[in-house]
Design a protein around this ligand. Structure first.
Ligand SMILES: C[S@@+](CC[C@H](N)C(=O)[O-])C[C@H]1O[C@@H](n2cnc3c(N)ncnc32)[C@H](O)[C@@H]1O
Length: 386
């Protein structure tokens, strides 16, 4: 087993809109006179803000393109005019043309000015049109729209008790999260994350019992049932609509005979003698993570492990000045922390808590060790050993 101690450092290329790694001097709070602003710093900030606003506006067209099948139709037929794409999709020709132009100026499709034809290059196609492929990212875009639809509710939480339950978000969040993380799970869960745990891969090949706590739409539960045909997998989540979607996913994947799903709170995890308990993108948004981990520890078989898959993060705020850190800390503000607060408790981790915070929770819950055993672009994997 490899215990990775090095944390990710900032790798964002210049010009990606991410502020530089250093933290600026503290101001005394008084607004400086306009002519005292450093013109280059002002220009740089305005350029960053402009890029952010453009990206946020453009994302609406990405959601549209995915929902309406525009990217898929563009990929299916090679270079085409707006009229041809509109005919192929049965959509408004003038709107389709404007959508194509918006994609072209964002670098989300290619354009030949002579023929006025548009097309996707191989990378654009993989990321925007190949649903189910390892590089597909467009499926996660609706999570951002869903968050924007609940700004008023989160504002009320800021003014009040700080709470917005997971289930009170726009439904596009639930399916969007499942689709956002699915490519990462398909790429890493069976190939590298479970094999990084002490002896668990062998136990599951021979049979074994898995609990997937806070399983959402069942993506990881179904993958584990497919990858370990002799194992039984039980998925649990507090959110009934997610459990319904998970059951459907298992039936469609043909593994419903070996995967069960149940609506339950993680702290009341049913069952015992699990060889592996997984919790993906979830412990950080629970109100009482110590109680949940304690219950999991009691439910593990001898030699069993708890695998926490958490959004990738560094040790310090400065480490997280990356596009991922920006995305996860904003999601944490809008979704994860209001969810944790809605569950009561007194330990609210948030989506960028450092490994040390998870270790503290683990030890308090009675685990002996909490080790980072893998890191991939979106996630870190922590193994908790009883
Ligand atoms: C960000 S989603 C992750 C879903 C899935 N594991 C994934 O990675 O795609 C968080 C999930 O945690 C669930 N959850 C949050 N608190 C919970 C609790 N106390 N008990 C059970 N499930 C919980 C939510 O209902 C939601 O489905």
């Amino acid at each position: 087993m490899t215990h990775l101690t090095g944390l990710t450092s900032r790798t964002s290329p210049p010009g990606d809109g991410t502020p530089s790694g250093h933290l600026s001097p503290i101001s005394d709070g008084a607004p400086p006179p306009a002519d005292a602003l450093d013109p280059q710093e002002l220009e740089a900030f305005l350029a960053r803000f402009g890029a952010d606003q453009a990206a946020a506006m453009h994302l609406a067209t990405v959601v549209l393109g995915e929902q309406l099948g525009l990217y898929r139709a563009l990929a299916a037929a090679g270079p085409q005019t707006g009229t041809e794409l509109a005919e192929r999709t049965g959509l408004s020709p003038r709107l389709v043309l404007e959508w194509l132009r918006a994609q072209a100026v964002s670098g989300y499709c290619e354009h030949d000015p002579t023929s006025d034809r548009f097309w996707l290059d191989p990378v654009q196609r993989a990321c925007l049109a190949d649903d189910g492929g390892p590089a597909f990212v467009a499926g996660g875009a609706p999570t951002v729209s869903a968050v924007h639809r609940r700004i008023d509710q989160v504002a009320a939480a800021f003014r009040g008790d700080g709470t917005v339950a997971w289930g009170d978000h726009d439904p596009a969040l639930f399916s969007g999260v499942a689709r956002a993380f699915q490519p990462a799970f398909e790429t890493h869960l069976l190939a590298s994350w479970i094999p990084a745990l002490d002896g668990i891969d062998a136990r599951l090949r021979a049979g074994g019992r898995v609990a997937d706590v806070a399983c959402g739409f069942g993506v990881t539960a179904v993958l584990m049932a497919q990858g370990y045909p002799r194992a039984t997998v039980a998925g649990f989540d507090q959110h009934a609509p997610s459990i319904a979607a998970a059951r459907q996913a298992a039936a469609e994947a043909g593994v419903a005979d070996r995967v069960t799903f149940e609506v339950t709170d993680a702290a009341a995890l049913p069952g015992h003698d699990y060889d592996l308990v997984t919790m993906c993108n979830a412990l950080h948004e629970m109100g009482d993570p110590v109680a949940v981990c304690r219950r999991v520890r009691d439910a593990l078989a001898d030699g069993g492990r708890l695998m926490l898959i958490e959004p990738v993060a560094g040790d310090t705020l400065a480490d997280n000045r990356t596009p991922r850190g920006r995305s996860f800390l904003s999601a944490s503000t809008m979704i994860c922390l209001p969810s944790a607060l809605s569950q009561g408790g007194d330990r609210h981790l948030g989506a960028q808590a450092p490994d040390a915070d998870f270790r503290e929770v683990a030890l308090e819950a009675g685990f002996r060790r909490c080790d980072r055993v893998a890191v991939t672009p979106l996630h870190r994997v922590l193994q908790l050993t009883p």
